[in-house]
Design a protein around this ligand. Structure first.
Ligand code: ADP
Length: 545
């Protein structure tokens, strides 16, 4: 964009946007808002935001006493509960950087990121003590470990310099003089799971966090307000729990934090009903578990109004069954660690609400419309912008104040126009609904045409004898690359021709795979996503044509 000379300045105060402002506002205005948690030992805890921030002040004093200064990284290895919430505010608002470590990464990756971030102190749930004990000898930067529990409940632990959280903060003052921070200073750090190479660190700033909280809380996005009770099933160790630990206190929405019980349909149903949860957010598999439990136990969830699904594509069954059986609307959202995470949110435009159910579903299954604050574009393989016509797809790029411009210790990562390449391939329709058709490294480039591997996978998993399938590009002498489908069957034998016939009439003939392979199982990453990298390396010597 062209920079113009400024002839006249606005006369508004240039006050910095910091998480401390969210905390101060929430303390004063929403202080009596409840925060409910299930802790690691399954006990139930309830207090209000005023209590949370009082304890955050004690914690900030304790951190200062441990010598944690501005910009120093403080690691957490913890589920969603009230102590983790206190850390969110105490660490960032005192000027240090909250490094939320994903315990689902492989131990070597956790070791790598703690060393890479140079964390000096680690706060961890007792459940993760064995993991830390295993890797502690290879971590040279950490001086102190704090177990998120009280002395009477603290299990035996072999780590050096370990103390329980309650003793760590107990003797400290409940007043703390929060420093005036700059809005662009780092507030938190989260590593992407790294399907290729080492995990990469995304460094959020106070400004990006405040703007993301405002943008994501808007009515056609998370629609947060003091009327809402929000249960984030997205872990607080993954992209700040989709920012809900900031946006809920900011708007006065009650928070319900399920601790390690995220995958347990029964606990989730109980929490929804006991705490009158109105909105919840998480990845598809969580909702499949909850749906299963609700149907089996014949339980209703009358207060729940909305479920937000992201992280991977939302299956149609979730949207259908939650709506028909429980009167809950399921909204698809898309984002990534590098986007704080929110990019698009699916809400039907008023003019689309009169469409047939089938037509509405075709919109609901898309990843949604871009939220204010994110500028989105799709480009063809030569870098030309593609129209929002709904059928052409290309590389999706984003830009905006809550989009990463680079990775920690790696410098800038944007193109010449200042856009970040998401690595997703997508189309956008004239109404602005974005549909992810593939990852750019997975899309198959055949004779100048792009073939979506995801579309081919979605078709074949509908075959009654197919359990799981993956489609990858195999080098081809004439076409450059051609699709090959790798099938895991449900234990029955299927003929190769039957697979190829199944595609006929469902995709253009040039998209039908050239080869079919059968496998016992498919490789997955630490976070459970299909690892096409490993699959490609398995078939690296194969050539077609
Ligand atoms: P990781 O994959 O490292 O766990 P992210 O949460 O950052 O971390 O993953 C972001 C990627 O997940 C996106 O680039 C996209 O490929 C995929 N993704 C996120 N939301 C959706 C969605 N609603 N539908 C399909 N894919 C999605």
């Amino acid at each position: 964009m062209q920079q113009m000379e400024i002839n006249m300045l606005g006369q508004m105060m240039n006050t910095p946007l910091t998480i401390t402002d969210i905390m101060r506002h929430a303390d004063k205005v929403n202080g009596d808002t409840e925060v409910v948690s299930i802790t690691y030992d399954n006990s139930y805890h309830k207090y209000c935001l005023t209590d949370a921030f009082r304890r955050s002040r004690q914690l900030a004093n304790a951190l200062q006493a441990s010598g944690i200064g501005q910009g120093q990284r403080v690691a957490t290895l913890a589920w969603n509960d009230y102590r983790h919430l206190e850390l969110y505010y105490a660490v960032s608002c005192s000027g240090a950087v909250l490094h939320t470590v994903n315990p689902r990464l492989f131990p070597e990756q956790i070791e790598y990121i703690i060393n890479h971030a140079e964390d000096t102190i680690v706060f961890f749930d007792p459940l993760f003590a064995p993991l830390l004990e295993k890797i502690a000898k290879n971590i040279n930067c950490v001086n102190n470990f704090v177990m998120l529990t009280s002395a009477d409940k603290m299990p035996k632990c072999d780590l050096d310099n370990v103390i329980d959280y309650e003793s760590y903060i107990a003797s400290h003052s409940e007043t703390f003089d929060w420093p005036q921070l700059q809005e662009n200073q780092a507030s938190s750090l989260c590593y992407t799971s790294g399907t290729t190479g080492h995990p990469k660190g995304v460094v959020y700033s106070h400004r990006s966090t405040v703007l993301h909280s405002l943008g994501s809380a808007l009515p056609d996005a998370f629609s947060l307000s003091m009327d809402q009770t929000v249960m984030p099933i997205v872990p607080m160790f993954h992209v700040n729990g989709w920012g809900l630990a900031y946006s809920a206190p900011m708007t006065g929405a009650k928070l319900v934090l399920p601790g390690p019980k995220m995958a347990d349909g029964e606990t989730l149903a109980e929490l929804i009903n006991n705490e009158k949860v109105t909105m919840t957010a998480g990845v598809p598999v969580i909702w499949l578990n909850l749906l299963e439990h609700l149907k089996q136990s014949d339980t209703d969830i009358p207060t729940l109004d909305r479920i937000i699904v992201g992280g991977s594509a939302c299956p149609e069954i979730l949207i259908n069954e939650f709506d028909e059986l429980f009167n809950v609307s399921v909204h698809h959202a898309w984002g990534m660690t590098e986007m704080s995470p929110l990019g698009t949110f699916n809400q039907l435009k008023p003019k689309l609400k009169t469409l047939s159910d089938e037509q509405k579903m075709s919109y609901k299954l898309k990843q949604g419309r871009v939220v204010f604050g994110v500028d989105i574009r799709i480009e063809d393989w030569q870098g030309n912008e593609i129209d929002w016509n709904g059928f052409e797809f290309g590389s999706m790029k984003v830009r905006g104040p809550w989009v990463a411009s680079g990775y920690y210790k790696q410098g800038e990562h944007t193109d010449d126009n200042g856009y970040f390449d998401t690595g997703d391939v997508a189309s956008i329709d004239p109404d602005g609904y974005m549909l992810i058709t593939d990852r750019s490294k997975d899309v198959i480039k055949s004779g100048g045409e792009w073939i979506s591997s995801i579309e081919l996978e979605n078709i074949i998993v509908a075959h009654p004898d197919v359990k799981e399938a993956a489609v990858i590009g195999i080098p081809h002498r004439k076409w450059g690359e051609r699709p090959m489908v790798v099938i895991v069957t449900k234990g029955v034998e299927i003929e190769e021709q039957e697979i190829l016939d199944f595609y006929k009439g469902k995709v253009a003939s040039f998209c039908i795979p050239d080869a079919v392979e059968f496998a016992e199982e498919l490789p997955h990453t630490a976070t459970g996503k299909l690892s096409k990298k490993d699959l490609r390396s398995h078939y690296k010597d194969k050539i077609l044509g």
